[in-house]
Design a protein around this ligand. Sequence first.
Ligand code: BYE
Ligand code: ZN
Length: 523
Amino acid sequence: MAARIIHFTVNGRPEQAEFPETCPAQDVKDLFRSAAEAGPHDILKLYNPKGNIINISPSLEPDACYTLEVVAADCNSEPLASNGICEEKVYLCDSRLQSLERKLQMEAGETPAVVHEMKKQVDSFREKLEGVEHLSWLGLFKDLSDETHKPSPFYHKRALHKTRKECERVREAFVQMSSLEVSEDVRQYLKTPTFDNWQWEDAEIMVLLQVMYTDLEFISTFNMEPEVLQQFLFEVYRRYNNIPFHNFKHCFCVTQMMYGLIWLTDLRSRMDSMDLLIMLTSALCHDLDHTGYNNAYQINARTELALRYNDISPLENHHCAVAFQILEKAESNIFRNLSVDRYKRIREGIIKCVLATDMMSHNEILIKFKAILPTFDFTNKEHKDVLMMILIKASDVSNEARPLEVAEPWLDCLLQEFYNQSDVEKLEGLPVTPFMDRDKVTKPSAQAGFIRLVLLPLFVELANLFPCLEQHIIDPVRKALDYYTEMEKQNRPESGAQGEDTCGGGHSPPTANQTAEPAAAAQ
Ligand code: BYE
Ligand code: ZN
């Protein structure tokens, strides 16, 4: 069978095709398509030496020299010029190849790995959102209720405040109970750090707070009227929000630890009752109207509080301001029978104590305390001020000094509040606080780090001044450290195995930055 050889150039490159004379026209076309490296959707143009477009067919002349051109089906691509090699042509060719590659990738259904990874992260975040009730307005929350929520810029403030009904119920129960005598056993138990807050209802807790004011003889010493104290306690109860951690029960625990420390260290024999009144009332008020989002969030989200307080301890300033709003009302002003001078001193003391609970100033206060320890003098006002700040700070973070059954649920509550914040930070595109990120923090490693780096150094200094705390506070805290260190080991995959990196590397102690508020709270 006679073969025909046709000469042509494609992209300036000389080529020759060979096919039998009886070859079907389609085969010849396919042959030219291959020579031009053209895709199935590309258009081929064949020019004869005169420059006219002709059909690609078996009857092409062997002696002539043809020119083949490829036109991309993609109308954005320009046809390739046919004569000579120049930079422009190479560029066009390259961009055509890229567009072809993209098309091929899409047609072949090949999704790049990075897209897979992003999809996984989006799916997992959606799953998390589906479980967050207060974000239900997003339409993702998996709940049977058919209530429709509208998007609101204040969604994180939803269902935060106590309802009127809830408050009335607790107030009635409290007023009824407050006339009952609290047994001597309970009064003694209330003075110990082993006290279990989880056994008591809110109204009962208010009675216990009343017992503290009574047994420290504040009512008689400061001429407090029982109804005013009750109204004050009720207002305090009312202004703590329904959030996982910084709620009324936390306020009670901190106040109860302060009360316990006063008795354990026999502070009544070393400080005057004004100072004790300042400390107990500060503890009671120290987290008023906390919304469950820390200072870093307030500042990054430019909340009303951050704007009002110019980013300076917005939360603590707010807690304190709410306390004095309550005290501004005569019916709930427990200091209303005190002289102006005494009220001034109390106000100054409460402000100092509540602002000291901002963990941003943790190191500063601890350093001051260490410096005065060797010459500590209970008659020195500056020394006393630092001690009062250290005592409220210690009470505030003292959960781990309590029995394990009491302390562990508190840690779960705190992590719930932290995780919620980081979820909202992700949703709002704000910087995510690392120790609050549920993808980065594990309970045992975070808490072991916190105990080692924050709790023990604080309590050890305090025990230098009050040696009895070694037994009542430091021992249980060390037990908790062992407990979480052991849990951390159990959680950790066998050494050598590839495991999740948790909170700054499970094998080395996490840095204070990742586990504690002091450094991490910095923006
Ligand atoms: C502190 C600052 C703000 C609010 F994740 C609460 F490991 C706290 F960092 N408190 N209060 C008690 C705590 C505790 N923080 C931690 N453990 C506590 O027992 C550490 C955190 C769980 C984390 Cl410091
Ligand atoms: Zn607190």
